[in-house]
Design a protein around this ligand. Structure first.
Ligand code: HEC
Ligand code: HEC
Ligand code: HEC
Ligand code: HEC
Ligand code: HEC
Ligand code: HEC
Ligand code: HEC
Ligand code: HEC
Ligand code: HEC
Length: 284
């Protein structure tokens, strides 16, 4: 009989603790309520069932994320989405809109690309992150909407880019071999030293480097995409050189006086060398 009195006190305490939690976060509150009773509506599930396909989101798979662990494995989930932290990006009242404009929404948690790069890629500058990334989930790595080149060709004209024989094969590889998708030091958003992934590294090869090579500006002389010329050169013959060097000054010097018809590259390595003016030893 002593025990029965005790049981009442325990019961009252239990209810008090529960009602404290009742006022907590909707998720916790829901978890507690549904532990006690059947059929408590989940505030998240109600909204999720309304999700449509407007973002190329597969609605069945979204339901699956919460109910079917097999479907879940097919997708890479964005961590805040996986953790159901919808409020980080949406107002509770209007789930279909983001709570901040892009890209600020993303920069809440990710590095601001304006600080990382001098020049931003067009759609990054305009905050069109969702033109390339799904904010919730994707079967592809990095939450991408398309794989490899296809991603870039959603906006860029395939034919204008992959149109020379020399780099034809490598252009069929991922564009991000050479380009950073977000930005870079110049408008082309090239990854630093991207060319040396496949070509000999002049920096290791030569003691003296030609200034535009030292600064990785291969595009001053080569057109990686467009050129139909040999060696992908932007300009032919000595035009390559006198686009930067003053031809009058060059031809005024003693060692150049008799060579007007000769190709600069007959005597100079265009990239660098082991003597100061990268004069090709065999021609000296
Ligand atoms: C990392 C930020 C982020 C998180 C976290 C997030 N969303 Fe979204 N969601 C977005 C963005 C961005 C859009 C696109 C909105 C736009 O185009 O204005 C979107 C669109 C939507 C849409 C409208 C698109 C459609 O298919 O109808 C719904 C509904 C939605 N989200 C529900 C959710 C739910 C539910 C959660 C939590 C499980 C969630 N979101 C978590 C960023 C997020
Ligand atoms: C609430 C914080 C938060 C917000 C807001 C957020 N992210 Fe993320 N995101 C993360 C976390 C955490 C990771 C995983 C760790 C990492 O890679 O930094 C991640 C990873 C990613 C990845 C890499 C995924 C992978 O598969 O490796 C991409 C891409 C991404 N986020 C894009 C976005 C975009 C686009 C937005 C805006 C629509 C956004 N994020 C907004 C937290 C956030
Ligand atoms: C033109 C398509 C494109 C746009 C637009 C874009 N991204 Fe990406 N993003 C990519 C690709 C491709 C990758 C994969 C990484 C790689 O290949 O270098 C990536 C990777 C990421 C990653 C994970 C790896 C990393 O670099 O940290 C994050 C986070 C990310 N993007 C965030 C964003 C945010 C935020 C925006 C908008 C401000 C954005 N992206 C806009 C294409 C894009
Ligand atoms: C959502 C559309 C979109 C996607 C997807 C996209 N781009 Fe762009 N890209 C643009 C816009 C817009 C510009 C700016 C065009 C301008 O300023 O003339 C641009 C500019 C560029 C430039 C500089 C062009 C110049 O002449 O200065 C390069 C390089 C580039 N993009 C490469 C890529 C690569 C690589 C991918 C795939 C990872 C990609 N883009 C995907 C829209 C896109
Ligand atoms: C993914 C590998 C790869 C990358 C990255 C790459 N190339 Fe190439 N490049 C090749 C291949 C393959 C060829 C054709 C075979 C050859 O002649 O070596 C080639 C040929 C060339 C040629 C003509 C060579 C000749 O003898 O006719 C030049 C010039 C060139 N690349 C410049 C560049 C520049 C500049 C970059 C950086 C913007 C670059 N490449 C990045 C693979 C690559
Ligand atoms: C000042 C102009 C100039 C710059 C800058 C330049 N190149 Fe060249 N490159 C040339 C010329 C000219 C040739 C042709 C040489 C010949 O026909 O003897 C050439 C040839 C090449 C070749 C063909 C193989 C060879 O060595 O002859 C490759 C590969 C190459 N360059 C890669 C690069 C890379 C990578 C960069 C940037 C790190 C670069 N070039 C920067 C002018 C330049
Ligand atoms: C081998 C390295 C390399 C690869 C791979 C590559 N690019 Fe480029 N891209 C460059 C370089 C270097 C430039 C700078 C201009 C030049 O040298 O022709 C450039 C310039 C561009 C430009 C602006 C100028 C133009 O020619 O219109 C766009 C857009 C572009 N690339 C898109 C792409 C796309 C899309 C892909 C994938 C299909 C891709 N690039 C693959 C090296 C590369
Ligand atoms: C994009 C501009 C540019 C182009 C194109 C260019 N050069 Fe240069 N070159 C420079 C700069 C910058 C220097 C550094 C010396 C200076 O300030 O005059 C330099 C220096 C030199 C030197 C002297 C070595 C030194 O470092 O002082 C030689 C030799 C030379 N260039 C040869 C050539 C030849 C040959 C070509 C054509 C294949 C060529 N250059 C094309 C910009 C260029
Ligand atoms: C017949 C061989 C030969 C030809 C062809 C040649 N040069 Fe030279 N160049 C030399 C020699 C030799 C030197 C001096 C080397 C030294 O003293 O170390 C030199 C030096 C230079 C220098 C550095 C000193 C200065 O005068 O500024 C530049 C820049 C240069 N050449 C550019 C060019 C250009 C551009 C062309 C093509 C229009 C060219 N050269 C053609 C042999 C040649």
């Amino acid at each position: 009989m002593y025990f029965i009195k005790y049981k009442h006190i325990v019961y009252v305490l239990f209810i008090a603790v529960i009602s404290l939690f009742w006022a907590c976060s909707p998720k916790f509150s829901h978890d507690v309520k549904s532990f006690l009773f059947d059929g408590v509506p989940d505030p998240y599930k109600v909204e999720i069932s309304e999700i449509n396909d407007s973002l190329k989101l597969d609605s069945t798979s979204i339901k699956g994320v919460f109910s079917n662990p097999i479907v879940r494995n097919e997708f890479n989930l964005h961590p805040p989405y996986k953790k159901r932290e919808c409020e980080n990006c949406h107002d509770r009242g209007s789930m279909s809109k983001s709570k901040l404009p892009l890209p600020e929404l993303c920069y809440q948690c990710h590095d601001d690309f304006k600080k990382s790069y001098q020049v931003l890629h067009g759609p990054v500058a305009s905050g069109s992150c969702t033109q390339c990334h799904n904010p919730h989930q994707s079967k592809l790595k990095n939450l991408l909407l398309e794989n490899g080149q296809e991603l870039c060709f959603t906006c860029h004209d395939n034919k204008k880019i992959t149109n020379n024989k020399i780099h034809e094969k490598i252009e069929k590889t991922d564009c991000t071999t050479c380009h950073n998708p977000h930005g870079g030091v110049n408008t082309y958003s090239l990854k630093a030293e991207s060319c040396y992934q496949c070509h000999d590294n002049f920096k290791k090869e030569y003691k003296f480097l030609h200034a535009p090579v030292a600064s990785n500006n291969c595009s001053e002389c080569h057109a990686s995409h467009k050129a139909k010329t040999p060696k992908l050169l932007l300009r032919l013959d000595n035009e390559v050189c006198i686009s930067c060097h003053n031809s009058k000054e060059i031809y005024a010097t003693e060692y150049h006086q008799k060579i007007k018809k000769e190709n600069c590259t007959e005597c100079h390595n265009p990239h660098g060398g082991n003597n100061k003016n990268f004069v090709l030893i065999q021609k000296q």
